[in-house]
Write a protein that binds this ligand. Structure first.
Ligand code: TYD
Ligand code: MG
Length: 450
């Protein structure tokens, strides 16, 4: 017996309620609640009950053999390639290049594996135009333009590819449900059907999902726990650089990033990110820090502009670091270097607008601010690493050795780092001059020797 049940679902966070509210009780967003009709009948599935619980030594310890996505940068974010039978969610704003990267990748993978690309947003002809623009080679790649979930499942079952790509989950429709494609309940239902199919048949699944303006995966946010890997494709429309960032990875580390450049003929990998985010110039207001992202460390410039203010409240803006971090650094400078900054506007921008999450960039920000204020370039060929504590001390940095190695590789002559227990000087004797410091004043004294 089937009966219809009305529920109210927040399209922002997926919270379900039994009545309408103007404001979601969970995420506080306004007018995000939509009524959706659910089929109350549970679809009981015949399950295979041959399976029994077993002990560890009965499980074969086969090493997982991953296959490459065709891009080293993409593979790193995936944790070393695609794990057969895994489900990967690739999120990003519309127009960022999700369809482009997956189509390029699909071509490369298809040289060795069977790939099915399901386009629910574009027609076969549109995909063909993109394909020709990308100038790719393919072997075992099939394209299927469909939005009906059940037809898609049938086609995946028929072809049994190593990898099926769904572009995008918001365009797919489960006709058992009355809500429209893209709504939270559709996205949830379609994904869990596809996920079961992938796991039962050991088919890798790459699901594309659009994100909202504030960066949350719209609808797919509620899928994050379902899938094995969540990757975000980020960037802005101004710069051609795009970043893949792993947010969740059951098979690798998170916060790993892969860097690409969007060209006329598709995406190109950037193998040496330091070259993209630094200018290597010794001018006032600019320093370089070495930041750690996942398993990689690379250099990023930090630019500051400090000007006498014309406002009653000085202006503080940042690109690439959080505004709260800047407020904290300004307070530390005021208190522990003894320089009053309340009459100055302060603007901070990282090289290429790269978003730095590593707190050891603090010292670079502080020295850039002081350099701009004094109008004196900092010590030439010097990079800065260190998190600023509230009492002016410079705190230890993670992955310090790899950061110093990267600075030495890039040809920096000096590097300012927090004092550490390791004998860094001995390890890097002829490669780079290491200045170990314990507080911000020491860093200032060293950076502005004149
Ligand atoms: P697309 O992959 O369609 O984005 P998404 O699937 O995330 O919505 O990429 C769209 C943008 O990429 C579009 O503005 C055009 C640009 N582009 C290039 O610059 N070069 C190319 O070779 C391709 C295919 C797209
Ligand atoms: Mg697309």
């Amino acid at each position: 017996m089937s009966s219809k049940l009305s529920t109210f679902i927040c399209q922002n966070c997926g919270t379900e309620t039994s009545q309408y509210f103007g404001k979601c009780l969970n995420c506080n967003s306004w007018n995000s609640i939509v009524e959706e009709i659910k089929n109350k009948t549970s679809k009981y599935k015949e399950v295979n009950n041959d399976k029994k619980a077993i002990s560890f030594n009965e499980i074969s310890s086969k090493k997982i053999s991953r296959f490459t996505s065709g891009f080293k940068e993409f593979d790193r974010v995936l944790g070393g390639g695609i794990v057969p039978g895994s489900v990967v969610l690739l999120g990003g704003e519309p127009g960022i290049g999700k369809s482009t990267i997956v189509l390029q990748s699909a071509g490369k993978i298809s040289l060795n594996e069977k790939v099915l690309y399901i386009t629910a947003e574009e027609s076969l002809e549109q995909v063909k135009i993109r394909w020709e623009r990308l100038n790719q080679k393919s072997n075992d790649l099939k394209i299927y333009a469909e939005t009906n979930l059940f037809l898609i499942i049938e086609e995946i079952k028929r072809l049994k590819p190593s990898l099926a790509i769904i572009d995008s989950i918001q365009a797919i429709h489960n006709h058992d449900m009355e809500s429209s494609p893209g709504s939270v309940s559709q996205v949830k239902a379609c994904s869990s059907e596809l996920q079961n199919l992938a796991k039962e048949n050991n088919i890798g699944l790459l699901i594309i999902g659009h994100v909202t303006k504030d960066g949350a995966l719209a609808g797919p946010k509620t899928l994050e726990h379902l899938v094995d890997v969540v990757i975000n494709f980020e960037g802005d429309n101004i710069s051609s650089h795009k970043l893949l960032r792993s947010i969740k990875n059951r098979f690798g580390s998170t916060f790993e990033i892969g860097i690409f450049e969007m060209l006329e003929e598709g995406l190109r990998e950037i193998k040496n990110p330091s070259s993209v985010f630094t200018n290597k110039e010794n001018i006032s207001g600019v320093t370089t820090t070495i930041t750690n992202e996942g398993t990689r460390s690379f250099a990023v410039d930090i630019q500051a502009l400090v000007n006498k203010t014309f406002y009653s409240n000085p202006r503080r803006t940042t690109t690439g670091i959080s505004i709260n971090r800047l407020h904290q650094i300004l307070a530390v400078i005021e208190k522990h270097v003894g320089i009053k900054l309340s009459e100055f506007d302060c603007y901070i921008a990282t090289g290429g607008g790269f978003e730095i999450n590593d707190p050891s960039s603090d010292l670079g920000v502080a020295i850039s601010i002081l350099s701009s204020l004094k109008n004196i370039p900092p010590l030439p060929s010097c990079s800065f690493i260190g998190e600023l504590g509230l009492s002016g001390q410079v705190r230890k940095s993670n992955k310090l050795r790899t950061k110093i190695e990267e600075a030495a590789r890039l040809g920096f002559k000096n590097i300012v780092v927090p004092k550490s227990d390791e004998n860094l000087k001995k390890n890097f004797r002829n490669l780079i001059n290491i200045k170990e410091i314990s507080n911000i004043q020491e860093a200032v004294d060293f950076s502005f020797l004149e």
